[in-house]
Structures are given as C-alpha cells and as structure tokens.
Design a protein around this ligand. Structure first.
Ligand code: NAP
Length: 244
C-alpha cells in the first residue's frame, strides 16, 4: 500500500509528548507510524490511529530494529518524510554516583538513536527533495540541572548534531530542527514529588508546567510548509523558564 498522505514517524508515541505529537500530525493530515517498546503498546497505537496510521514496536537502542522498521514502513506505507525523534527516558544521578551503564544508556537512547534514525530515513528524503527531521531536545541542554549530566550532554549533542545535519542536507530541502521543551506534565515529570514540582513551576514565567499539546503544536509548525525556511534552529517551548 502506498499512501497518498505524507508518512510521519514518531518514536515513543505510546504516551506523553510523543502521543500528543502523533495525534496532532494525524489532524494535520499525515499518515503516522508511532512506536512503543512493547507489543501491547504498539497494538494500542494501531487501534487509536485506525486508518490514519500504525503502531510498531521499537527499542531505539537496537540499530537492526531501526533498519527493519524503516524498511517495513517504506514497503507498506511509503518513505518517511517527517521524522520526529521523541523517545526518551531519564536516569538521573549525581555524577559521583552515576554508573557507566546509566551514562551509556542515556547517550544511546537519545543521541545515538537520533543519528541512526536520521541516517536511515535520509535516502528517501533525498530522493523526494523534501524532508523534516524534528528532534525533541530539552531545556537542560541550555539550563543546568544537577543530576542530569548524562541527559543534558545527550540533549546538547542532539542540538549540535542537528545543526551539522541541517547544513549537510539543506540543498535537498531537508530541514533539521530541535524543540527544547521546559517542564511538561507527563509521566517523566509525574515521578517528581509535589514539593519539587512546585519549586520547578515557580521558576517558570508562566507559573505552570506545559502540556504535551504545547510541544505537539511546535512540531506541527516545524513540519508544515510555513516552516520551510527554518533549519538548524532550536525552538524553545518552556513558558519562559529559560530565555535564550
Ligand atoms: P514519557 O511520557 O516518559 O514517554 C516516553 C516515551 O518514550 C514512551 O513512548 C516510551 O515507550 C518511549 N521509550 C522509552 N524508552 C524507549 C526506548 N529505549 N526505545 C524506544 N522508545 C522508548 O516521556 P515524555 O515526557 O513524553 O518525553 C518525551 C521526550 O521529551 C523525551 O525525549 C524527553 O527527553 C523530552 N522532554 C521531556 C520533558 C518533560 O518535562 N516531560 C522536558 C524536556 C524534554 P513505552 O511507553 O513503550 O515505554
């Protein structure tokens, strides 16, 4: 089956920010493939998206699985024209207590996966002379947070990677941008105590956490024709927590 609609791939679409991004891209008229780490998560995505997309299993640490997934998408739906690298976790700890495994895992899930997925979809985008790669970074790539040396290094790496790739692919009309969310209300931030959450929102100019929808709206813009002359940039969506 080849889709009339442009195909978008959103990693980590089972919940939180990725689920909101996928729903927004469906509303925008794309055919959306969303990933989860489990079969049940992928089935739930397929059921929710219905004829507007499909759910697939993916662990972004697995290079062979990335290759197989993109091949499956190309054969069944068409080349990926919009890639949203969203999947991610945190493994916070002070550096003195951080294990090498926790360092490697965060660098693999965030930075290496962005390298692998971007590289894999570029062939189809180059052929189409069109593409949008949108990487979900974080305010902590810019704004220091103790206990997140691994995560902030990975996110800063994603931003630098995106600028290089934007230069490499610009002549093919492939844009590469990042969105740096501030504190967004998802399971990732629900793990924090009420007290810490209150202290965090006190630092935000708008005095509240953002919603996944706030990030989805930014993705919708960067994927659209309205953003066709924007590449190599970081769009901060943080309610005024950090002003670049
Ligand atoms: P979340 O609610 O915890 O959801 C994480 C998503 O990533 C889930 O879909 C999960 O799939 C998937 N995932 C986890 N490990 C994976 C792996 N190894 N391979 C593939 N997928 C994996 O997180 P979120 O808050 O929406 O965060 C989404 C993105 O925004 C992340 O990149 C995060 O760093 C970034 N971000 C979040 C905030 C915030 O305040 N929430 C702020 C700045 C940046 P399963 O459901 O199958 O586990």
């Amino acid at each position: 089956m080849t889709q009339e609609r442009k195909v978008a791939l959103v990693t980590g679409a089972s919940r939180g920010i990725g689920a909101a991004i996928a729903q927004q891209l469906i509303q925008d008229g794309y055919f959306v493939v969303g990933t989860a780490t489990s079969e049940s998560g992928a089935e739930k995505i397929s059921a929710t998206f219905a004829e507007n997309g499909a759910g697939r299993v993916l662990d972004v640490r697995d290079g062979a699985a990335i290759d197989a997934l993109v091949t499956d998408i190309e054969q069944n739906f068409g080349s990926v024209m919009i890639l949203v690298n969203n999947a991610g976790i945190t493994k916070d700890n002070l550096l003195l207590r951080m294990s090498e495994d926790d360092w490697d895992d965060i660098l693999n899930i965030h930075l290496k996966a962005v390298f692998r997925l971007s590289k894999r979809v570029l062939k189809g985008m180059t052929k189409a002379r069109f593409g949008r790669i949108i990487n979900i970074s974080s305010v902590v790539a810019h704004f220091a947070n103790p206990g997140q040396a691994n995560y902030s290094a990975a996110k800063a790496g994603i931003e630098a990677f995106s600028r290089s790739l934007a230069k490499e692919m610009g002549s093919r009309q492939i844009t590469v941008n990042c969105i740096a969310p501030g504190f967004i209300a998802t399971e990732m931030t629900e793990q924090l105590s009420e007290d810490i959450r209150k202290k965090m929102s006190d630092q935000v100019a708008l005095s509240r956490f953002g919603e996944p929808k706030d990030i989805a709206n930014a993705v919708s813009f960067l994927a659209s024709d309205k953003a066709s002359y924007i590449t190599g940039t970081v769009l901060h969506v943080n309610g005024g927590l950090y002003m670049a």
